[in-house]
Design a protein around this ligand. Structure first.
Ligand SMILES: [Zn+2]
Length: 62
């Protein structure tokens, strides 16, 4: 199940340390999106305008 939270923290562990990584092709169509990996739990999540973080626990999508 995907998790959507408000804020910039990792949706999985609420960690603040994250590293920006390359987005997948389809993510470029989402305005204001940035793709991060959490340095604590390695969860990949998509930040939208730095307001929301979207996380899906099934590995990379597309
Ligand atoms: Zn994390």
């Amino acid at each position: 199940m995907a998790i959507l939270i408000s804020g910039k923290t990792c949706p999985k562990c609420k960690g603040m340390d994250r590293q920006r990584i390359r987005r997948s092709f389809w993510m470029r169509f989402l305005p204001g999106s940035k793709y991060y990996i959490c340095e604590h739990c390695n969860a990949k999540f998509l930040s939208i305008f730095e307001l929301y973080s979207f996380y899906w626990p099934f590995g990379a999508v597309a």
